[in-house]
Every structure is written in C-alpha cells, then in structure tokens.
Design a protein around this ligand. Structure first.
Ligand code: GLN
Ligand code: ZN
Length: 749
C-alpha cells in the first residue's frame, strides 16, 4: 500500500481570540501604526503555520492568510485595481481602501463565497492594466520556508477568479487569456522558490455552469503545461461534485475533490473509473465547514475504498477551514458535548490519526477518536417527540379576508411606514450587554437600561410619525445567536468565531440536540414597548430557515427535520406574542436565498422545505394577526414563487440599490400580498433626499397595487448612528405625508 499523506486547504485567519480582527481594527482606528500591525500579523501567521505543522501535515497552505480577503489579494497581485483607485501605490492601505471605501470613493462590492457565509471582494475590470504586481504570495511562501514549514502555495485559479469578477469590455474567455501569462509568471516564481506543488482553487468548476467553461479551462491548463508546470499544479474543487472525468483529462499533477458535500457523486465517479490514476488524489474527507467530530471509522473505510482507484492519496479537509473556529482548547463546554465537536485544529488531529493508522500501523490516536465518537453517538440528543402534523401550515383564511380584518383592527393610513426591527447598537448598548453577561451588573440594572432604551426609541418613532413601531432589538447580540442562547438544543460557544467578511466575524450557535421552546424569548421587551404607545408594535423574530443557515447544523438528523423543529419553537413564540396582545409579528428570513444549494437540481426541494418551515412557524395565529417577513436582497428571480408561497401578510425587501432588477422579477408574477420595498440604502451613512424616496415609491407603485404597499428602509438600522437614523426616517415619513396629501387632493369630489 502506498503511504497516505495529509494536507490542508486553508486555515482560519482570525486567531484563537480574534487577534487578527483586533489588530486590523486598531490599525484602522489609528491606535497602532503600520509597523505594529505588520508585526502582529506576522506573529499570527507564524503561529498558524507552526500550529498546523504540529499536526504533522505533509504540507501546510500558504496564501490563505490575508489582510482582508484572498480574492482581493489576487486582484492586487494581477493589478486588477478598480478604476477609481488606480494611480496609487499598490500597498496594504490601498487594499484596505478598496475593501472599505474611503472619503472619495465607494468600496468594491462584497459577495457571498459560493454557499458559505464568507464574503469576498469582487474584482473590477474596468480599464485595468493587468500585470504582476507585488507578489505577496511568494513572500509568504518564502516566510514559511524560513520557519522550516513544508508549505504549498494556494492561489485562486483563473477560471474562478475571472468568473467571480465584473466589469471591463473583454469577454470572460479574453480575460482568462489575458491573465494566463501572469499566472504562469507567478506559478513559475513559486516553483523556482521551491514549491513542490501549488493548490489552484477552482471551486467554480462545481457549479451547474461549469460545463460551459470546459474549453477555456482546457486552454488555461494546457497553457500552463506547455510552460512545464503540469506536475506542479493541483486543481482544487470543493463544496459540491466536480466533473471528475473532465478534470482527469487535464494536464495537471493532482485533483482535489470534496467527498463530504458532493452528495456522494465524487465517489461514484471515482468508482466508475473516471479518475486518472497517474494523478495524485487530494481527497477532502473531513468536513471543512461543520464543527462535528468525524466518524473516524467511516473515514478509514473511505480511504480504503479510494485506494482501489488512486495510487497516491493526500487526505485533507473538504474545503478551507476558514469556515470553522480555530480550536476547542479555550472552550469550557460540557464534556459530553465537547467530545462530539471538532474545530480547525481538531480536524487536523483527525487527519493525523488516520495518517498514523495507515502509515505506521499506529492506532493509538485513531482508537481514541473512535471511542470518543462512539461515546458521543451513544448519548441521545434525539429525545423529543414532535407532532408536526398538529401545527397548521396554512392560515385560517386566505389573504384577502385576513387583510380585511387586519385593516379594520390596525387602522393604518395609506402607504403605512415601518422599520425592519433594529435601532443603533451603540457602544453603550454593547457595553451594558457585556457587563451583564460578565456579571458586572445585575439583571435589574440591565433590564432598567433596556427599558429606558426602548422607551426612548418608542418616543423617537412617535415623534417622527412612523405607523408600525418596533422595540429596537437592544437585547440582541445577533439575530441568530440570541435565539440560540434561549432555545433548547443549541449550544453557544465562547470563541467559536468565523470570518464573515473583512474584520467582521460571527459566532454561529451549534445545534446539537432536539430543538425546543421552553420560555418566552421576546415577549417581555415587546410587551413593554407596546405598553408605551397606542401605535402597533411589531414583534420581531428570526425565522427557522435563517436560524438553521446561520448555525452549525447537526448531522445526525435530516436538515428538514431540524428546520421544522426550529419552526415549531418559533410558532410557540409567535403564539406567545399574539396571546400577549401583539398585533403585528415579523419573522425575518434574510438567509432564505443564500441557503439555496449550489446545484439547481436541489433547489426545488430546498425551497419547498423552506416554505413549509416558514408556514409551520407562522400559520397558527388568528386572521387578525398580521405576519410580516423580511429579506435583505432583491435578486428574487428564481425564488419569487417561493416567496409568494410563504403567504406572509407583508414582506419587506431591499431594493434601493437595484430597483430595476426587482421590478423585472415582479413582472413575472402577480404579487398580490402586502409588500414594503426598501426606499433607502441603510448601508451608507448618507441621508436620502425626499426626491429620491418619492421616486423610489413612484416606481414601485407602477408595479404594485397601492393598497398593498408599505414604505420602509432596506434593512435593520443597528449599524447606523442615532442621528443618521432619525434624519433618514424623518425624510421618509415626510415624503410619505406629501404623497398622502397629493392623492387626497387629487381625489374627485
Ligand atoms: N430584524 C433584523 C434587524 O432589523 C433584520 C436583520 C436582517 O435582515 N439581517 O436588524
Ligand atoms: Zn435585512
């Protein structure tokens, strides 16, 4: 038997205690200078490299570490600089300005990295002059070598890089062709520096469209082969199945395949003989995106199977470990649960255990992990009974009848105004919450603070003249973690952070057991807010699809079941709010669209399940209770029918940045439920003008019946400053007042 080698695709940048984030933000805030930033980040990079080396990896990735985003690094490497930022020296300050914007220029767009919660900076091709710029990748590779770390460079491949970028006059193929000599130069520099192989990430090759890219992919890798690089390149795919036969036909030394998130198809293709045995198989066998300990015995068997079809095998995580927290070492979790978990370093330990087992007949670590896994599995976290059928999945009456009773009860004006839920999470709000969590202040002090903040904002909303008010979400750290803390079956970690974009990290809760509602989650704050005003206060919940998508999900129960369990918990909360007299309840589903599987063959089932869960969560109420939902995006195209099927009385969506797209989507469907289109962009501190808002309203009213139309900002206001919120909402309400007057004057006598 040949030896089994181990490798990794990428390691979290954040650091165990988010040192990376803190250093970068301190630099932005001018609390540390560039020299100190560089030193801190070099230390952290060294720590990451040495930490991985400790697990005896045959090769550690380099090029995954970055000051912001590895796609942006690649843009700078090839001088793909947005036109408005051109002419400056290419350095880290330019990098930060492109990522964050500066006084003169807006930032580049951020887009989700495939179906993960990571966001990359979109490369912009308008009037660029591609060339090889500062080669940070080479510097980092040399740095790893200087530490005696056996490393391989990682670079995003030309097909993926170009496909994820925008702008410029050249066609997709022409852009790839433009970059080929530049890639060749960089790849050659790495080989000259001693790289044994280079991991070329081409995740775009797992999408439905990848069949259209085969010609250009062939052209690109043939070009590298002609330059003598063939043996040095590994085409790395992840997140879904790839076309193994096609990739096998390319002149490269190795192929990286995901054996966890491929729905079994990569293995099937291998078993069908599609893999070229002359190549090295980089087998992604450990889940790089979830936090569960591997079923190590099953992994051993998978390797044994793969050995029948490949002569040289490198085992590794299924994707970069960017998507999981660093280490369990700092957590203080219940041991019985901790045994079932595996963060980045624990995953490397799993690879090490398998390597020892296969190469050295050393089963000590393997046996240990196997015993742990079995102990964890033997505990039952499946201990609740659910009667999903007893909860309705459709409202008592159809929308037109519900609307009548709701209108009569709420008595709202023409073009009612509302907000999406959150008000500014000021430094003070965050400090009170942290003090309370760390027992520095009492429950009473904390509650008093929350009440005073709610009361202050109820008054502000009344003064501005909004129609449906909110309590402001001051008690919430995050719209998912907050629910995770309160629902049974969830675990909230201390340091389980993962990078979302730039310096922003989220701490997804871990769903480990059956989910159950045990106590009211939001009733106290909502009822308090309602007690202060005659206007309706909207209850504010996160929906089951979003809670699941933004958590680490359990894998011992089908996804749909977990989602429905969460739905029943939300249903209980909806009923508790209704019972407490709340007349309007919003169930946010901002993650519904992003959870859409990469391959379209799974879309229909995903959407059907999502709709079912949302309806489970929201259909038990009386007709007179108005259910809202909210989604912060506007590319509805392929999901518009599912959105309609949710049967929410009112949906609020983002539109201010892409009005045209939305109107187009709505042409295909007669949207006959209540709908609020975001009339200004909350991501910018800019205060909108009355003209802008009036235009946004007028355009929407061409498409949507006025009696169904609501006016609201694009999304929650938690990241804005208090004055910005007050000023912008005042403009919004004043514009609506004028619109109302116009129509009452125009009415025939
Ligand atoms: N209710 C949430 C808020 O206002 C919604 C956030 C979101 O859509 N991401 O912050
Ligand atoms: Zn939103």
């Amino acid at each position: 038997m040949t030896t089994i080698k181990t490798s990794n695709l990428g390691f979290p940048r954040l650091g165990r205690k988010r040192e990376w984030k803190k250093a970068i933000e301190s630099y932005w805030a001018k609390k540390i200078d560039k020299a100190e930033l560089d030193q801190t980040l070099t230390d952290l990079h060294r720590e990451n490299l040495l930490l991985q080396k400790n697990y005896n990896l045959d090769s550690v990735p380099v090029g995954d570490f970055s000051l912001y985003d590895h796609i942006l690094d690649t843009s700078l490497l090839f001088n793909i600089i947005p036109e408005r930022f051109q002419g400056r020296e290419v350095n880290d300050d330019l990098l930060f300005d492109i990522a964050r914007g500066n006084k003169e220029h807006v930032a580049s767009a951020l887009i989700k990295w495939f179906n993960t919660n990571y966001h990359y900076i979109v490369p912009e091709w308008n009037n660029v002059e591609p060339k090889v710029n500062r080669n940070v990748l080479l510097d980092r590779f040399n740095y790893a070598k200087s530490l005696n770390v056996n490393a391989h460079p990682v670079i995003v491949g030309p097909i993926t890089f170009v496909k994820l970028s925008k702008g410029g006059n050249q066609s997709f193929e022409e852009k790839v062709q433009t970059l080929l000599p530049l890639y060749k130069e960089v790849l050659q520099s790495l080989v000259d520096a001693g790289a044994e192989y280079i991991q070329v990430d081409e995740p775009i090759l797992v999408t439905d469209e990848s069949a259209n890219y085969e010609d250009i992919t062939k052209e690109a890798y043939n070009y590298f082969a002609e330059a003598g690089l063939a043996d040095k390149l590994v085409i790395q795919t992840y997140f879904e199945r790839a076309n193994v036969k096609f990739l096998s036909s390319l002149p490269v030394g190795g192929l990286g395949l995901d054996f966890v998130h491929d729905n079994g198809y990569n293995l099937k293709q291998i078993e069908a003989g599609d893999f070229d045995k002359a190549k090295t198989l980089y087998a992604g066998i450990i889940d790089g995106r979830n936090v569960w300990a591997a079923d190590i015995e099953a992994k051993k068997e998978l390797i044994e199977t793969l050995q029948n079809y490949a002569e040289t095998i490198v085992i590794q995580p299924s994707s970069s470990l960017l998507h999981v927290p660093v280490s369990l070492d700092d957590e203080t979790l219940d041991e019985s649960i901790e045994e079932g978990l595996s963060f980045a370093t624990e995953k490397l330990d799993e690879l090490d255990a398998l390597r020892r087992l296969f190469n050295n007949s050393d089963s000590k670590k393997y046996d240990e992990l196997k015993a742990r896994y079995e102990r964890f599995q033997s505990q039952s976290f499946k201990n609740l009974e659910y009667d999903f059928d007893s909860v309705p999945t459709s409202r008592k009456s159809a929308f037109p009848e519900r609307k009548k009773v709701q209108d009569a009860r709420l008595n709202l004006p023409d073009l009612p105004t509302t907000t999406i839920g959150s008000f500014p999470q000021t430094r003070e709000v965050r400090k009170y919450r942290a003090d309370w969590k760390n027992n520095r202040i009492s429950d009473e002090e904390y509650n008093n603070f929350l009440e005073s903040e709610i009361a202050r904002w109820i008054k502000i909303q009344e003064e501005i003249g909004l129609d449906v008010l909110v309590h402001g979400e001051f008690e919430r750290n995050d719209m998912v973690e907050f629910f995770g803390e309160k629902l049974q079956g969830f675990l909230v970690t201390k340091f389980g952070w993962v990078q979302s974009y730039g310096s922003r990290a989220v701490k997804p809760p871990v769903i480990y057991g059956d989910v159950k509602w045990t106590e009211p989650l939001t009733v106290k704050e909502t009822v308090y807010a309602q007690s202060l005003t005659d206007k309706p206060v909207k209850g504010m919940l996160t929906g089951p699809v979003t809670i699941l998508n933004w958590s680490f999900e359990r894998v011992d129960v089908p996804r749909k079941v977990v989602q429905d369990q969460i739905a029943l918990a939300i249903d209980e909360e909806v009923l508790a709010l209704e019972e407490a007299g709340i007349k309007v309840i919003q169930v946010d589903e901002p993650a519904l669209r992003e959870g859409l599987p990469l391959r379209s063959e799974y879309h229909e089932q995903y959407l059907a399940d999502a709709v079912n869960s949302f309806k489970l969560a929201t259909s038990s109420v009386q007709d007179e209770t108005q259910i809202h939902t909210h989604m912060c995006y506007s590319q509805f195209g392929q999901i518009i029918h599912a959105i309609h099927d949710l049967d929410a009385d009112v949906i609020s969506i983002e539109t201010s940045r892409s009005h045209g797209d939305l109107i187009k989507d709505f042409e295909d469907i007669n949207y006959d439920l209540g709908i609020g289109l975001g009339v200004y962009d909350i991501h910018s501190p800019r205060i909108p003008t009355e003209d802008e808002i009036a235009t946004a309203i007028d355009r929407s009213l061409q498409q949507i019946d006025r009696s169904l139309f609501w006016v609201n900002p694009d999304c929650g206001l938690k990241t804005r400053k208090e004055d910005e919120v007050k000023d912008a909402l005042t403009v919004l309400v004043n514009t609506v007042r004028k619109k109302r007057e116009e129509t009452s004057q125009n009415k025939p006598a």
